[in-house]
Design a protein around this ligand. Structure first.
Ligand code: IVH
Length: 667
């Protein structure tokens, strides 16, 4: 096939994948199977690899997350991203409506009501229909460039869906809210609990932490989504109403919230607000109210802005989900890493339709900070609608209270507890503590680790209490008889478990590393380690220096890994595991530029700067925008700038375009 045909083929595949991506992530109505989608994606990836000159950052293959950045650069918003005034009651909305009508000097105004999603505001810039820049709101005037991270959110189109009636405007700035769903948030925290990582307080913090991440691969792992609700600058086309904007956004392939309503009267506004409030619990993401916007854009313009908020819109907030109750006791639970967590036992209370009887108090510093005692009357909220939390103590109601002290001994095994000087958490130091053993086994067998189906909490509890298993390696020596004697275990269920154990005897390297439950080593770090070590033996004998030289591995993680493998008991367990299981290792990966940093200067003929950068990063290399002695290669295109002179002075290696192309070709 000649080059032109290849280019056409690639373009056709991209269009097809974009369409199916839209069906799946935006409409939630796929028309092909996942397997078929993957097949198309692989076909495209293969072509792009063979013909790197056709690579593009907009390609569906580029949604997996590029290499980490050193820092975000800043973006000045063309049109400031304003914030909203709040209304807490119907009366305040009446005031708003009156003011609008008075200022416009009319009696009837149409409004659009939308839900107010609790996430973070972003701006997406499209030039001639292509996604070129994504940023955070920042202070409303200047935000951060998070383009690479937003590319990993599959419901954000990289190219607009076009039709003859709705072409691409010259420049389109779309605004929307990136959020994490309630279910996704709970799952993420559950995982973090298992790996001993700090938990996110609510979905908004989780979304914001995931988007303002220097490593886009982490963003790609977090299940984020977006709803778009407005525009910044629009060049090359005209619109008259807000509702029309939302309609266009939908047609271009953006997600627009389904609970949006055009309200012709004030009563319609109130009843739609009441409706949304009544279904708030069932909505799979957090909302903290609704937003009311004047529909006509000429009216919006006439109303204008005062002190950073538009006069044409208002947030109509819901009452917070808070209740008063009493802390009856504070108990301490012990996790897999030995961490002791104080938990408040509450007099049961219904918060936003759900009964709450426990609330995490995080750690002793938090208890001190909030001055919480047993017997206190407190305000509890389901922070982020999901995790119950103690907001504050009602001091006026304090009567017979007892201060709480964290125990010096583990409440499960009675061993000593220590608090490392730089940590907020106390830990039980006995790695044979039943709570820790159970936690480790639970993690080892969990779905994303060794995936032993049916090996759940109840079963582990019994096996450890009866001393049938003492560590994860004992799982593989379990006999049918061991299981048959346990509660609620029939022939069939025992056979299922034995089968599941046998099925887990072969697992990929990354999963195996993850299943060991090394502190700070979650799925992402496990994948990096698996990519950078030939086998488990080389990983076990690695040192901090080597580990820290791997992009994405920081000093704390490196230290934790070395400590883990230095421990004789851990080594013994791994040795026993290796007698029973087979680790699947990857074939040589194309990490040929690993450890090399590139700087580009001047114009390349065959590809854009962005494409060149992506190419280097795909091959494991890094890119930088400034020259220093740490740079390995300077790639000089046409009309190179002062960077080339500086590079020459420093005696760095300079490549022309042809030499660069040769270097990035995978042999
Ligand atoms: S409109 C001038 N619409 O609320 C218009 N904002 O306080 C400003 N938000 O920063 C934004 N859902 O993060 C708008 N449907 C919605 C929204 C929404 C959530 C957030 C957004 C913004 C903040 C305004």
């Amino acid at each position: 096939m000649d080059k032109e045909h290849i280019r056409e083929k690639i373009e056709k595949l991209r269009k097809e994948l974009e369409y199916h991506n839209y069906r799946y992530y935006v409409l939630d109505d796929p028309v092909i199977s996942d397997a078929e989608y993957d097949r198309l994606l692989r076909e495209l990836a293969k072509l792009e690899e063979e013909y790197p000159e056709f690579q593009s950052p907009l390609s569906p293959t580029q949604r997996v997350g590029a290499q980490p950045l050193e820092a975000f650069s800043t973006v000045t918003h063309t049109v400031p991203m304003l914030s909203l005034q709040n209304a807490m009651s119907v009366e305040e909305v009446v005031e708003f409506d009156k003011r609008v009508k008075k200022l416009l000097n009319i009696n009837d105004v149409e409004y659009v009501m939308e839900v107010k999603i609790d996430g973070l505001a972003v701006e997406l810039v499209y030039v001639n229909g292509e996604f070129v820049l994504g940023s955070t709101r920042g202070d409303g005037y200047v935000g951060e460039d998070i383009t690479q991270n937003l590319r990993t959110i599959k419901s954000i189109p990289m190219r607009l869906l076009l039709n003859p009636k709705l072409p691409a405007p010259e420049r389109l700035e779309v605004r929307g809210e990136v959020y994490m769903g309630k279910k996704e948030f709970l799952e993420l925290n559950r995982k973090r609990e298992l790996t001993g990582e700090p938990l996110f307080a609510n979905p908004r913090n989780a979304a914001s932490g995931s988007v303002r991440q220097l490593d886009p691969r982490i963003t790609a792992e977090r299940r984020l989504n977006i709803y778009c609700y407005g525009l910044g600058q629009l060049i090359g086309m005209k619109v008259n109403t807000h509702y029309q904007i939302l309609d266009y956004l939908k047609q271009w392939g953006f997600r627009v919230n389904p609970y949006t309503k055009l309200c012709k009267t004030f009563d319609e506004l109130i009843s739609h607000y009441n409706f949304i409030n009544s279904i708030r619990e069932e909505i799979p993401y957090e909302i903290d109210g609704t937003v009311i916007k004047v529909n006509r854009l000429d009216y919006q313009e006439r109303l204008g802005t005062v002190s950073r908020s538009p006069r044409w819109a208002i947030a109509f907030k819901f009452a917070a989900l808070e209740e008063t109750t009493v802390i009856e006791d504070i108990i301490v639970s012990v996790g897999r890493t030995g961490a002791l967590t104080p938990v408040a036992v509450l007099k049961p209370v219904v918060v936003g339709g759900v009964e709450v009887s426990r609330a995490t108090l995080h750690n002793e510093d938090e208890i001190k900070r909030k001055d919480i005692m047993i017997g206190d009357t407190v305000i509890v909220t389901r922070a982020g609608d999901v995790i119950p939390e103690v907001v504050r103590v009602i001091k006026e109601k304090r009567k017979h209270v007892k201060p709480f002290r964290m125990p010096d001994k583990c409440p499960v095994c009675g061993e000593k507890v220590i608090r490392p000087p730089d940590e907020a958490v106390r830990r039980c130091i006995n790695i044979n503590c039943p709570a820790q053993i159970k936690g480790r086994i639970f993690h080892f067998a969990s779905k994303r680790a060794m995936d032993i189906d049916g090996f759940g909490e109840k079963l582990i509890e019994q096996l450890v209490d009866k001393k049938i298993i003492k560590d994860v390696s004992d799982i593989y020596n379990l006999k049918k008889e061991d299981l048959l004697n346990l509660e609620r275990m029939g022939d069939k269920s025992v056979q299922n478990i034995i089968d599941a154990i046998n099925a887990s005897r072969t697992r990929p390297f990354a999963r195996f590393i993850y299943s060991l439950g090394i502190r700070h080593v979650g799925e992402h770090i496990s994948a990096i380690l698996a990519d950078n070590f030939k086998n488990i033996e080389t990983l076990m004998s690695s040192n901090e220096e080597k580990l820290r030289s791997i992009p994405g591995i920081g000093p704390e993680v490196a230290n934790s890994i070395v400590l883990f493998f230095r421990d004789t008991k851990n080594r013994e367990t791994i040795r026993k595991l290796l007698d029973n299981i087979r680790i699947e290792y990857k074939k040589e990966t194309a990490n040929k530029l690993q450890g090399y940093t590139f700087v580009f200067t001047g114009t390349l003929k065959g590809m854009t700067r962005e494409e060149a950068r992506l190419r280097v990063e795909t091959l494991g290399g890094k890119t930088s925008s400034s020259i220093s002695k740490d740079i390995d290669y300077i790639v000089a295109g046409e009309d190179p700038g002062s960077k080339l002179d500086k590079a020459k002075k420093l005696g760095l290696t300079i490549l022309n375009e042809e030499e660069f192309l040769k270097l990035i070709q995978i042999s």
